[in-house]
Design a protein around this ligand. Structure first.
Ligand code: KIV
Ligand code: ZN
Length: 388
């Protein structure tokens, strides 16, 4: 038996707000439908009050999406919440997500209010959002740098006011995993009504720790992770959906946790987001990078040909990729060359492996990567030579 962790995707809100050019309504719908196929629990579709275009796209997504909850973001002010309520009312199921900053840095310098005033604004916002729906999420912006006592007070007050999800963002990606896990643990230890809400986390990647921090948080009891496809988002981005989903799937036995993500949709969803957002994915990116299932060294290639799990902890098929890729370079051995020739339709009697391998190594030293057509040419020239 595993416990379910909800996946809340914010590609269309936190991800989109970091793009140099905003997406069209049509493009946003394409991404929303991909997220629905992927099986995300909640799609944060945008920030309706921010512009008429955002309002329209949130509304259209709310109309189209049936299987995921559609969510809109609002500051802790009534006009934002009303815009969310209006844009989302056409949805089958919707959530209003309202937030306010809680760290002293933000409360003093940005909001210029007292902690009590901010707490009162949060409570009023949650109660106002509850007039539209029972599904209200409240976020303590910059929770990672918030005084722990104040964070506990805020979380308790938000739950009491009616928030069914309370989100703990590491807005500036400042914390490290043991610390962030500790922040979540502290809430479970000290907030008396914590069991009445789902605790969510939303980690940014400024120190490259967004996924590790999210994992530490679910190990401490958080049951919703906010993330984006390919990890796109403000500055260095957000927790990457494909990474956290595949960690929970691959290490399910150890962690005792699972998600509703249909992992075989990951590769094509990632490609769609990369193309539409014009954000290339680095080749060595975990799960979805071009090299994530490529093997280069001869020892590794020989290993995976004998048994895939020697160097693959998950199958390419499990994330929607047809097969792994064995790069033919000077580090490749005879075994992989023979295997590739068989894949190309050649029988052992069609080529002399030693001669082919000798030619292959010379070519690989010259041009780095050797392709199928190079192998075929080597065999062809050898056959010609035999006939002379
Ligand atoms: O990073 C952040 O704190 C946010 C909130 C609005 C949830 O994006
Ligand atoms: Zn964010």
């Amino acid at each position: 038996m595993t416990e379910q962790v909800k996946i809340f995707d914010t590609t269309l809100r936190d991800g989109e707000q970091a793009l140099p050019a905003s997406l069209s309504v049509k493009e946003k719908i394409q991404i929303a439908l991909a997220l629905e196929r992927l099986g995300v629990d909640v799609i944060e579709a945008g920030f309706p009050v921010s512009s008429p275009g955002d309002f329209t796209s949130v509304q259209q997504i709310a109309r189209e999406v049936k299987d995921s909850v559609v969510c809109g973001l609002s500051r802790a002010v009534f006009k934002d919440i009303d815009a969310c309520g209006e844009a989302l009312s056409v949805a089958e199921r919707f959530r209003i997500h309202t937030f306010i900053a809680t760290s002293s840095i933000h409360v003093d310098s940005k909001l210029r209010k007292s902690q009590d005033e901010v707490l009162e604004m949060a409570v009023k916002a949650v109660k106002h959002a509850r007039q539209y729906t029972d599904d209200v999420e409240f976020s303590c912006e910059d929770a990672g740098r918030t005084d722990p006592d104040y964070l506990c007070r805020m979380v308790e007050a938000a739950i009491k006011a009616g928030a069914s999800t309370v989100n703990i963002p590491d807005t500036v990606g400042y914390t490290i995993p043991t610390e962030f896990g500790g922040i979540i643990q502290n809430l479970f230890d000290r907030v008396p009504n914590i069991d009445q809400a789902t605790i969510s986390v939303h980690c940014h990647n400024d120190l490259g720790l967004a996924v590790a921090n999210s994992l530490a948080a679910v190990q401490a009891g958080a049951r919703q992770v906010e993330c984006t496809l390919n990890g796109i988002g403000e500055r260095a981005g957000n927790c990457s959906l494909e990474e956290i989903a595949m960690i929970l799937q691959t290490r399910q036995e150890l962690l005792g946790l699972s998600t509703g993500i249909n992992s075989t949709e990951i590769s094509r969803s990632s490609k769609l987001v990369s193309q539409i957002c014009n954000m290339p994915v680095q080749a060595n990116k975990a799960i979805v990078g071009a090299n994530a299932f490529s093997h280069s060294s001869g020892i590794h290639q020989d290993g995976v040909l004998k048994s895939q799990n020697t160097y693959e902890i998950m199958t390419p098929e499990s994330v929607g990729i047809n097969k792994n890729n064995l790069n033919l370079t000077s580090r490749s051995g005879r075994h992989v060359i023979k295997h590739r020739m068989h894949e190309l339709g050649y029988k052992d009697s069609d080529f002399d492996l030693e001669t082919l391998y000798e030619g292959f190594l010379k070519l690989a030293d010259k041009k780095g990567q050797v392709f199928d057509y190079d192998l075929e040419a080597l065999v062809f020239f050898d056959q010609q030579k035999q006939q002379e």
